[in-house]
Design a protein around this ligand. Structure first.
Ligand code: S3P
Length: 169
C-alpha cells in the first residue's frame, strides 16, 4: 500500500470491523482516523437510527455522499464508511479520485455473530434480521468487489494484525 499519499477508505458490510481495524490502521500509518457515520451523526445531532426513522434512508444517503466527498478530498486519513456507502457509483467515483478503497471481506456467519446482538442498525430491524443480512450481503458483494484491494477479515486475527494485513496488501 502506498501509505500517506491517499486516504485509505475501508468499505464492506456492517460487522466487518471497519471502525475497529480503521482505528488501528490509522495508528500504524500515523494519520487521523475518521468515520463517515460519526460525521453524519455529529452534523445531524442525532443517531443513525433516528435519522433513518425521522428523515428516511434517502436523506441519510445524501448526507453520506456529502461527508464522503468532503473527507476523501481532505488531507489523508483512514476513513471508515457505513456499509452502504460503496454501493453508489458516484460515491465510488469520488473515492477512486482521491483515495484507495479496501474491502474488508468477512463471511456471512462472522458478520452475523458480530451484529446479532446489536439493535442499533436500522436496516436490521426486521422480522428476520439474519435473512435481511444475507440479502444485503448477496446484493452488495458485486459492488464491494470493485474496491482497489480486498482484505479478508480472519476471526482468529487481532484488530492490530488485521490492520497490518491491510498495510501489507
Ligand atoms: C448501513 C451501515 C451502517 C450505517 C447505516 C447503514 C448499511 O454502518 O451506515 O446503518 O447500509 O449497511 P456500519 O457498516 O458501520 O454498521
Amino acid at each position: 500500500m502506498d501509505r500517506l499519499k491517499k486516504t485509505v477508505v475501508l468499505v464492506g458490510m456492517m460487522g466487518a470491523g471497519k471502525t475497529a481495524v480503521g482505528t488501528a490502521l490509522a495508528r500504524v500509518l500515523s494519520v487521523p482516523f475518521c468515520d463517515s457515520d460519526e460525521e453524519i451523526v455529529k452534523a445531524a445531532q442525532r443517531s443513525i437510527a433516528e435519522i433513518f426513522e425521522r428523515d428516511g434512508e434517502p436523506f441519510f444517503r445524501a448526507r453520506e455522499s456529502e461527508v464522503l466527498a468532503r473527507l476523501v478530498r481532505g488531507s489523508p486519513c483512514v476513513l471508515s464508511t457505513g456499509g452502504g456507502a460503496f454501493l453508489a457509483e458516484a460515491n465510488r467515483q469520488v473515492i477512486a479520485e482521491a483515495g484507495v478503497s479496501v474491502w474488508l471481506r468477512a463471511d456471512l456467519d462472522l458478520l452475523w455473530q458480530r451484529v446479532r446482538h446489536k439493535t442499533t442498525r436500522p436496516l436490521l430491524r426486521t422480522a428476520n434480521p439474519r435473512e435481511t443480512l444475507r440479502g444485503l450481503y448477496e446484493a452488495r458483494v458485486p459492488a464491494y468487489a470493485k474496491a482497489d484491494l480486498t482484505v479478508d477479515a480472519a476471526p482468529e486475527l487481532s484488530i492490530e494484525e488485521m490492520a497490518l494485513r491491510v498495510v501489507e496488501s
